[in-house]
Ligand binder design. Structure first.
Ligand code: 13P
Length: 229
């Protein structure tokens, strides 16, 4: 099974970092996807990795000042686009219905949306996380072909905190998602993935890869994560 290793630079990075990443080495067991801020997309020359975006607008074009359309991303060589990241949901008020439209547009334009879902700390503590995840998935993936997207399971309490669920906890969620969407649905994990915990996470047999935030901003650390598979 080929694993996906996705770098989400968020609103970080620089031209210098873009240049450094040109020496990233491929691991034949993985597909590496770099998602930089969209202004850097034309500067990244995909060789050992593929290109992805961190967001897209739900329309093909039009009077939407400041937005980037799926058609633009496709033209710049993006094969993947992250949609519904919890930061977009929380800071930019994106809901599942909008995320569903974005994912559908990405597919329409020949890209693979990486659709993020994840529970809050409270939902996990109160044992409501399964219902919360299923509700997000049912709405955000409505009418989409499960062969055409990747799910990123990113517990909100794990993003940028250093807190990582146990492998057993992640396996339980994978099991639930597979039961809902079918065995062939691709699911990756995100939330405080580092060069220190990647060996443990890579033991999860039916995990299709990882989505890496902070640790993807350093080529050495990120290379270690790629090489762990
Ligand atoms: P961190 O790896 O920095 O916790 O971020 C995870 C994330 O949000 C990736 O999309």
């Amino acid at each position: 099974m080929e694993r996906l290793v996705v770098a989400n630079w968020k609103m970080n990075g620089s031209i210098k970092l873009v240049q450094e990443f040109h020496s990233l080495q491929n691991n034949p067991k993985t597909t590496t996807i770099i998602c930089p801020p969209s202004c850097y997309l034309p500067l990244l020359k995909p060789s050992s990795f593929k290109l992805g975006a961190q967001n897209c607008h739900q329309a093909e074009k039009g009077a939407f000042t400041g937005e980037v359309s799926p058609a633009h991303l496709k033209e710049l060589g993006c094969q993947y686009v992250i949609v519904g990241h919890s930061e977009r949901r929380t800071l930019f008020q994106e809901n599942d219905s909008l995320i569903n439209q974005k994912a559908a547009q990405a597919i329409e334009h020949g890209m693979i949306p990486i659709v993020c879902v994840g529970e809050t700390y409270l939902e996990r503590q109160e044992g409501r996380f399964k219902q919360a995840l299923l509700a997000q998935m049912d709405r955000a993936l409505h009418n989409l072909d499960s062969q055409k997207y990747v799910i990123a399971y990113e517990p909100i309490w794990s993003i940028g905190t250093g807190l990582v669920p146990t492998n057993k906890d992640i396996e339980e969620v994978l099991e639930m998602i597979h039961a809902r969407l079918g065995r062939s649905a691709k699911i990756i994990y995100g939330g405080s993935v580092t060069d220190k915990n990647i060996l443990t996470l890579s033991q999860i047999s039916n995990l299709d890869g990882v989505l890496v935030g902070g640790a993807s901003l350093n080529i050495k650390t990120f290379q270690t994560i790629i090489d762990a598979f």
